[in-house]
Structure formats: C-alpha cells, structure tokens
Design a protein around this ligand. Sequence first.
Ligand SMILES: C[S@@+](CC[C@H](N)C(=O)[O-])C[C@H]1O[C@@H](n2cnc3c(N)ncnc32)[C@H](O)[C@@H]1O
Length: 262
Amino acid sequence: MSLEEEAVRREAQVHGARWEGLHHRYFSDSKVAEPLTAAILEAVDASRPDVVADLGGGTGFILKELLRRNPLEGVRLVDVDASETQLSACDDGRIERLAASAASVTRRDLGAEGQCLLLVARSLLHYFGRAGLQPLLRHLRGQLQVGEAFVHQSACFADEGDAACLNRVYGMMGTEKRYFTIDELEAALEEAGFALREIGPAPPLRLDSVDLAERYGLRGEEVASIREEVGREFGERAGVFVETRKGFTAWLHYSIFTCRAE
Ligand SMILES: C[S@@+](CC[C@H](N)C(=O)[O-])C[C@H]1O[C@@H](n2cnc3c(N)ncnc32)[C@H](O)[C@@H]1O
C-alpha cells in the first residue's frame, strides 16, 4: 500500500457522513470556502474550462459551492478521491465521481482530451509527505497543457518553526503527512513547471485534540504525551499550538495558490 493509500485508510472512520461535521465543520462551511471558490471562479473566467476536476475532492463540497455561486453551464465537474466512502457522500447529480489517486489520475481518465482542463484541490498536498510532493506536482503538471490552471488551497506556514511544530504533532500521531513553509511550496511548484500567478490567505483550521483522537484513533496517553512533549519543545504558540486542560489545540494554516502550467 502506498503512503497516500495508507494515509486515507488510517482516517477512514471519519469519511462519508461524519466528514462534514468534523473540525468545527470547517470542510462544510461556505464562508470558510469563499476565498478558494472565488479564486477558482476567477480561473474559470480566465481559462473557460470544459472540465473542472477537484483532486481529493472528498464529499464534493467545494464543487457544490462552485455550483451554488455559478451554474457553470456546459462545464463537467469531477470529484476525484481515493476514498469511496467520501465519494459516496457526494450526492449532487451534476457532479461526476471518480475513485482514483491524484498521484496517478490522467487527463484521459477525466475525459479531458482535446478539451480545456482546470485542476483544483483543497487540503491535499500534505498527504504526500516530503518525498511524495515533487512526484505528485510533476504528475499533475504532466496532465495539463501549457496555460491551463491548477488552483489549490494547501496547508503551509509562513514561519519555519510553526511548520516544524505541526510536523512534530503529526509525526507523534504516527502520520507521514508533511507541512511545508509557503516558500517551500512556492519553490516546489516552480520546480514542477508551474508559474505562480497569485497567492492569498485562507482561514486556518482549528484542530482540537478530541477531534484528532477520533480521526487518527489516538488513546488518551498518546494525546497527553503530544501535549507534554510538543509543549516542552515548542512552547505555547498562539494560533498554532496551545495546551488545554485535557489535551491541546493546534491550527493548520493555509494559503491559496493560483498556478499556470508553463
Ligand atoms: C482533508 S480532506 C479534504 C476534502 C476536500 N478537499 C474538502 O476540502 O472538503 C482530504 C481528502 O483527500 C483525499 N485523498 C487523500 N489522498 C488522496 C490521493 N492520493 N488521491 C486522491 N484523494 C486523496 C482523502 O480521501 C480526503 O477526502
């Protein structure tokens, strides 16, 4: 099983019906999604795609939000996710569902040969770990024609110490997920053949240890040791990591990247 498949399997218990209620409903909140849907709709206006594919699109929330804001007549919308359970919760007949990994899905799989394709993603890149990021970005770049866009909201931090703090939390939870700095992601996108057109802010995701325990199957002792060790090593970081009475709260920061294939 690949690293990404294992990451998806590990959190399967929160997929499907549970997903949209998790993490204070971050992933089903229209206001939270607004900066990303605005960036995607700008890219739609600029490139007039025939197909919009949401990679790691989960329950299809972002595609549904796009449709709520704009009927996107004549545009095919495809929710691509490695989790069948996530896809089964996408109940909008206007959205096609494709069970596939972002690491291997092709333009042909998306039915976009000879058409204009726009790729989008929210909260996906960190699943690929340090070693998997560049191969993923190169694969995605390989599916696009020059000038086509990739708009994604990805977890990343302005500050190296904040990224290291979250990487320590996720390492202690036994995941291979990796949080990069904004500079690192910018460099990785450029190396893979993307030109970065715009970068903007997105709301942070509040992660309470009780929700992380449910998502990753953590025991009380594991939560306590993260609280203690991360607290000792990184100290209190407002808006990034704070200890609470029974555990901790962490915040995942995000930026929105509008990129074009060069
Ligand atoms: C944090 S969730 C975000 C879901 C959705 N993008 C949203 O914002 O509501 C990440 C999603 O990516 C999917 N995923 C993880 N690795 C994947 C991969 N290699 N290929 C396709 N989907 C993947 C997971 O199953 C999950 O649905």
